[in-house]
Design a binder for this molecule. Sequence first.
Ligand code: HEC
Ligand code: HEC
Length: 311
Amino acid sequence: MIDRTWLYRGVLAGVLSAVAGLCLAANVDVPALPASSAQAPESSPAKPFAPPAESSMPMDGFGKSVKLGEQIFTHTQTFAGKYVGNTLNCASCHLDAGRKADSSPLWGAYPLYPAYRSKNGHVNSFAERLQGCFMYSMNGKAPPLGDPVLVALESYAYWLAKGAPIGEKLPGQGYPKLPAPAQKADYARGGAIYAQHCALCHGADGQGQSSGGQAVFPPLWGAHSFNWGAGMGDIQNAAGFIKANMPLGLAGTLTDQQAWDVATFMDSHERPQDPRFVGSVEATRAKFHDSAYSMYGQTVNGQVLGASGSR
Ligand code: HEC
Ligand code: HEC
């Protein structure tokens, strides 16, 4: 099997130098950021939790499950293909194999469950929280409770959270919540930012790039991306993710306003239908998307979003 990391590093090295060039060229019209906000997002000033080193992963029966969990997280289609309906990996949105602070790290998530979620109106176990990722972010199917895929992912998260206090929200947990933008977020401004800072990797059409059948740069919208029920379809989540993590290798260089604008642009494109669809786009919006941060059911460029989402 070809290791995606190597493919990825090769393509990335070329692209990163190109991006650096573009950004230098662009610096003229981008307002300078104070050094502090360019270093780290304001939301996590404290030192993030340090998960155990990869080399300390146990080798026993438990360690095998931890290792499998890591493999599922970074090569989701390969190791959990029957539950996956797109070309993303868990690690496409939870960077550094779920270790990176401000990228919704697994060590930040594990100690917070069981938890009540307004998304489904009851207390969710960690395993049920993982099921949701497969249904929405991976546009697939929930593995049944007790399935080795869920057990492995839970083992990996538990191991990464070793020594973390239970029930406490650690600095770096989740994605940063950006303050409301100074100017109303704007699709057209977002499109210009996209063309300048994102299209090189994710494609002008948002479909990403693959090499040898493996997605090297993941699609941001369209049939192979996350579906309308996913957390990344919420503009506030997307803005926080983008500000803290994108453009890859240059995280923190966009202003908050740019992150809001480009998140609005990204989330204003068609993608697979919300699996909770209740028969019409209007009713589905009223039930699950009644939020200023969801573009589902809104009209953009003459098209009602969600109306042509494949099912
Ligand atoms: C398209 C991006 C994306 C992909 C792919 C993705 N996630 Fe997530 N994940 C998110 C977002 C966004 C949130 C926060 C959602 C929210 O709070 O509504 C999240 C939240 C989570 C949480 C809860 C975090 C916390 O601190 O409470 C866990 C655990 C998680 N994801 C695991 C996974 C696993 C396992 C996979 C792969 C099977 C996966 N995710 C795939 C975007 C993604
Ligand atoms: C240098 C290449 C590069 C650039 C430039 C870049 N990205 Fe990404 N992006 C990636 C890679 C690679 C991943 C997946 C992370 C991984 O697999 O480690 C990713 C993941 C994502 C994801 C989560 C996965 C998905 O498909 O939804 C979003 C959203 C995203 N990028 C948005 C953006 C936006 C918006 C910009 C511009 C501000 C941008 N990216 C610029 C390489 C890039």
